[in-house]
Every structure is written in structure tokens, then in C-alpha cells.
Design a binder for this molecule. Structure first.
Ligand code: ATP
Ligand code: PRP
Ligand code: MG
Length: 212
């Protein structure tokens, strides 16, 4: 049995065409079913549904043979015990620094004031500001980062941006791009040895179907 870990929503949706290229279709719809293990048309492939940030944990410890996770999630988690053969070019967005549209970020940096930054991505944010030599106090959040500058919790956020609509709706502006983000295939290193042939076939099929 090959077990693939996916999160509901955009990762699941955008992985479906790649699975199709491997001849695999998922038999349940995660938006309507309460099942967490989804069967496929292939008796030896199953999909397990986990939180986006839990995908690396499942793959690292062998709870899944392979999985799809954002670069953001993989950097925050680390890549121990995992092989990262493909950038799938799906769930594309960017990690950015954003502030209230009335906050002068450049001036705050120039003055050398300590900036309070709220984010779910503390590793990425810590590295970014340390590379720039900017002193920050990081505040860890688990969601709704856009709210932090509006309530006075923080001066800035580090969050994912795609269309920019969420920032705009909350009177925030992007002031720095931290990195480009897309989702990667990750494979458990031991599984790749033990189930080499079927995993190789799946990886090759995924590779052939990566969107441009
Ligand atoms: P959870 O819902 O469990 O808190 P999450 O919000 O990170 O997790 P998703 O929103 O499904 O889960 O995001 C999964 C991945 O998709 C992210 O890790 C990121 O790489 C990418 N992503 C997130 N937001 C966007 C977006 N607006 N546009 C494109 N890709 C995105
Ligand atoms: C993500 C991210 C931003 C938003 C950016 O949220 O956390 O809030 O997308 O996209 P935009 O620039 O196109 O507006 P998501 O849609 O995943 O909702 P979530 O809060 O449930 O994670
Ligand atoms: Mg999200």
C-alpha cells in the first residue's frame, strides 16, 4: 500500500490533476465526506487527509509514504528523513512582509526601532530579518495574521500573499517580498528504498504533469 498525505482545499484540488497523470482518481470528495482515509481507483494507493502543517510530520515518521506541502510549511518544519524530489508548481503564492497602509515601515527600519512582527512562520521571519540586520520581536500566531496590525498587536506581519485581496480588504500593504512559495512533493526516505518501484512510477508521473 502507498499512502499519500494531502491537506483539504487547494493542495488536494491542485494535486488531483497530478494524480490523474499517474492514473489515480480519488473515490471520495473530502468536502462532503467525513472520512480521513480516502480510497482510490488503485487498490494499493490511499490518500490520508491531514492539516497542511502536519504533512511533513506524517511523511517524516512514515505515517505516509509521500505528501504534498508548501515550501513555507517545509521550511518551518525542516526536511529531516524526507526526500524532496519535485517542485510541483502548485498552490503558488509569495511570503511577504505587510504593514498598515499608514505605517512608515522604511522610517521605522531607518530609525532602528524594534519592530513587532506577528506571524505563523517564525523560522522564515527570523531568518529574513536577521539577514537584513533588522531587530524584531516575533509574535507567534496560528491564523488571521492580517488582524494583528489593525488591533495594535503588531507593527507588521509575515504572511502569504496571492492576489493581494486579503491585504487590501484589511488596509494593509506589502512592503517586502520574503520568498516565492509553491508546493513540493516530499517522500519518506525509508519508503523510497522499500517501495522503490511504485514510488518511482508515481514520482515520474507527477513530474510529467507539473503545470508550467
Ligand atoms: P490550516 O488551514 O491547516 O491552518 P493552511 O491555511 O496553511 O493550514 P492552506 O490554506 O490549504 O492551509 O494552504 C496550504 C498551502 O498552500 C500553504 O502552505 C501555502 O504553501 C499555499 N497557500 C496558502 N495560501 C495560498 C494562497 N492564497 N494562494 C496560493 N497558495 C496558497
Ligand atoms: C491565505 C493566506 C492569506 C490569503 C492570501 O489564506 O493566509 O490570508 O490566502 O491570499 P490573497 O492574497 O489572494 O488574498 P487562506 O485562503 O488559505 O485562508 P485561511 O486563513 O483559512 O488559511
Ligand atoms: Mg490557508
Amino acid at each position: 500500500m502507498i499512502t499519500l498525505a494531502l491537506s483539504k482545499g487547494r493542495i488536494f484540488e491542485e494535486t488531483l490533476p497530478l494524480l490523474k497523470a499517474a492514473g489515480i482518481s480519488v473515490l471520495d470528495n473530502p468536502e462532503t465526506s467525513r472520512k480521513l482515509i480516502l480510497a482510490t481507483n488503485s487498490p494499493d494507493v490511499q490518500v490520508v487527509l491531514v492539516r497542511a502543517s502536519d504533512v511533513p510530520t506524517y511523511v517524516q515518521y512514515g505515517g505516509a509514504d509521500l505528501g504534498v506541502a508548501g515550501r513555507d510549511v517545509l521550511i518551518e518544519h525542516g526536511l529531516d528523513g524526507m526526500y524532496q524530489p519535485l517542485d510541483l508548481n502548485i498552490a503558488c503564492c509569495r511570503m511577504s512582509v505587510a504593514v498598515r497602509d499608514d505605517f512608515d515601515y522604511a522610517a521605522a527600519i531607518k530609525q532602528g526601532s524594534r519592530i513587532r512582527v506577528a506571524t505563523k512562520y517564525t523560522q522564515i521571519a527570523r531568518q529574513h530579518f536577521s539577514d537584513k540586520g533588522v531587530h524584531v520581536d516575533l509574535i507567534k500566531l496560528y491564523g488571521s495574521m492580517e488582524l494583528a496590525p489593525l488591533t495594535g498587536l503588531a507593527d507588521a506581519i509575515v504572511d502569504l500573499v496571492s492576489t493581494g485581496n486579503t491585504l487590501k480588504a484589511n488596509h494593509l500593504v506589502e512592503v517586502e517580498k520574503v520568498m516565492e512559495i509553491s508546493s513540493r512533493l516530499v517522500v519518506n526516505q525509508a519508503a523510497l528504498k522499500l517501495k522503490r518501484e511504485p514510488l518511482r512510477r508515481m514520482i515520474d508521473a507527477f513530474a510529467s504533469a507539473i503545470p508550467k
